[in-house]
Ligand binder design. Structure first.
Ligand SMILES: Cc1cc2nc3c(=O)[nH]c(=O)nc-3n(C[C@H](O)[C@H](O)[C@H](O)COP(=O)(O)OP(=O)(O)OC[C@H]3O[C@@H](n4cnc5c(N)ncnc54)[C@H](O)[C@@H]3O)c2cc1C
Length: 504
């Protein structure tokens, strides 16, 4: 195959992760083609919750204002048992360290529409709908992809890399014969979305209804939309349990048939899975193709968008010869343990939630009363990879995003590049020649203004910190020698004055 590719990246799947990948790749200046087998966008929601980190990823795409309009901060969350006793009330509603509320809800098609809008407006990336990927070959220097075009004919496209963002049943994953590890027990749930009119619903925005007679969840979405999810019990009839009458009954009248205007009532299988490997040659798995979590903490899509935020800038550095292709292995080594954390948390929560035995439920309730904070897990650092994690406990953790005095979020003043935040006196101690290379590089921005960097440094407990393009901390320094070391460890050929191939 010649080095002349149709695109840098081919993305299989036009769900939120695939389209998010196209948008981010385009933002970074890569060329990409996405193939989506369906002609229309999936009209109903699955995901309803994002965390602050994912809002920050989407902010990178320049859709912060539009996003704010279609999301609603989640202000209150609690867990209650069969007796309606509030077991724990989890603090939500804060403007968090990412410059966004820690938890927001939304209607998935609204977010997907925004993402597709970014792709339409971005040069050199496109989504082709109604085109199914039917075969691909992983070659030494790229990939060759065969598709069934909209008119039924076959087409062949080449790219340097392929991202399989083709969902839970991933054709890409199956073609590569990559298996998945199973977490927890699969369970069937009825998912109900719609508009609630002239009826109060529950007061809180999110409630885990730990009712052992029928576990359920309640989530209030923007405007009149609400989501309820109910576990399917052994004696339910699958056709009856999704009728408006059944929904009124199992919601104890919270969704009355006369006041609830359903958009979708369907049975889903909640699963925990992680693909055994996320990369084979030039092919990467992302989103549901790589991992599935029961939606207890609303983290499945969050994890998928973190995947692409992690991968996109690495592809860009390799494409431009700034870094060696071996950095692409850090995609899996960093992301997989992080995704595994959330799958395990969700599986544990699902185990709690899905308790249907009254005595086990009593024991569970006692456990929650004794350990209330277990209900609010905190996102972990990345796994080992392209950061100084072994030497520096801040490395591999998310940096903070301050909101500046003029109400602007810090990232909006930066590009999607490495950021060297430092006290000016520290920075000036670096060799002049090194400083000149840093300042000439398009891959790193120097942030010395204390009105912008003080919170970043304070949160990193350091006098200087290097933040990666995906806003994770590469490493920190508190003296000149540490800073020099940190800069010399950056995987940027221009800074090191080395060819990319020396990086391992
Ligand atoms: C009930 C429920 C609630 C959830 N709640 C949340 C939540 O609150 N927060 C959260 O973060 N996550 C949540 N999730 C998870 C979230 O919905 C998924 O993680 C997310 O939608 C996955 O996106 P994706 O793009 O990876 O896959 P998908 O959305 O499945 O997209 C894959 C796309 O690939 C296309 N495709 C497949 N094969 C091919 C092919 N050969 N050629 C071309 N195209 C192909 C498909 O048509 C599809 O459009 C929830 C899931 C469920 C089921």
């Amino acid at each position: 195959m010649s080095q002349e590719f149709d695109a840098d990246v081919i993305v299989v799947g036009g769900g939120p992760v695939g389209v998010g990948a196209l948008a981010l790749l385009g933002r970074l200046g890569l060329t990409a083609i996405g193939f989506e087998k369906e002609t229309e966008m999936w009209p109903t929601a699955r995901a309803v919750h994002f965390d602050g980190e994912v809002m920050r990823v989407l902010q990178t795409l320049g859709i912060a204002e539009e996003l704010a309009k279609v999301t609603k901060p989640m202000m209150t969350m609690h867990m209650q048992n069969e007796d309606r006793e509030q077991l724990v009330s989890v603090p939500t509603g804060q403007l968090g360290s990412q410059g966004w509320h820690n938890d927001v809800t939304f209607h998935q098609p609204d977010v997907e529409r925004l993402l597709r809008g970014v792709v339409e407006e971005t040069a050199d990336v496109e989504l082709r709908c109604g085109v199914e990927v039917i075969h691909f070959q992983n070659l030494d220097e790229g990939v060759r992809v065969t598709v069934r075009e909209t008119d039924g004919s076959q087409g062949v496209y080449t790219a340097r890399w392929l991202i399989g963002a083709d969902g839970a049943k991933s054709f890409v994953r199956r073609s590569l014969e990559i298996g998945a590890d199973k977490y927890g027990e699969d369970a069937r749930w009825v998912v109900v979305d719609g508009h609630l009119h002239d009826s109060p619903g529950y007061e809180d925005d999110m409630i885990f209804l730990l009712h052992h007679t029928r576990p359920a969840m309640w989530i209030r979405l923007p405007e009149t939309r609400v989501r309820m999810e109910f576990m399917v019990m052994d004696d339910d009839h699958p056709d009856e349990i999704i009728t408006p009458e059944a929904i009124e009954r199992i919601s104890y009248g919270v969704l009355p048939a006369s006041k609830f205007d359903p958009e979708r009532q369907a049975i889903y299988m909640f699963r925990g899975r992680i693909a055994k490997s996320w990369r084979q040659g030039n092919v990467f798995l992302a989103g549901d193709a790589a991992h599935l979590a029961p939606p207890c903490f609303g983290q499945g899509l969050c994890a998928g968008l973190r995947d692409i935020a992690n991968l996109a800038w690495k592809l860009d550095l390799v494409k431009r010869g700034q870094a060696d292709a071996s950095i692409l292995d850090t995609y899996e080594s960093e992301r997989k343990p992080h995704a595994k954390f959330w799958v395990e948390q969700a599986v544990t929560a699902a185990g709690f939630l899905q308790t249907t035995d009254a005595e086990a439920a009593d024991r569970r309730d006692a456990n929650i009363r004794a350990n209330p904070m277990a209900a609010a897990p905190v996102s972990p650092p990345l796994g080992a990879g392209l950061h100084r994690g072994a030497l520096d406990e801040q490395a591999g953790r998310l940096s903070v995003q301050p909101i500046l005095t003029d109400d602007i979020r810090l990232d909006d003043t930066l590009d999607v590049r490495f950021v060297l935040a430092a006290q000016p006196e520290m920075y000036e101690q670096l060799d002049e020649a090194l400083r000149a290379r840093i300042e000439d590089s398009r891959d790193i921005v120097v942030l010395l203004d204390p009105t912008k960097n003080a919170q970043v440094l304070e949160a990193s407990n350091a006098l200087a910190a290097v933040v990666r393009p995906d806003r994770y901390i590469f490493g920190t320094a508190s003296d000149k020698a540490q800073l020099q070391d940190l800069i010399e460890a950056l995987p940027l050929a221009d800074i090191q004055q080395k060819s990319a191939s020396v990086f391992t």
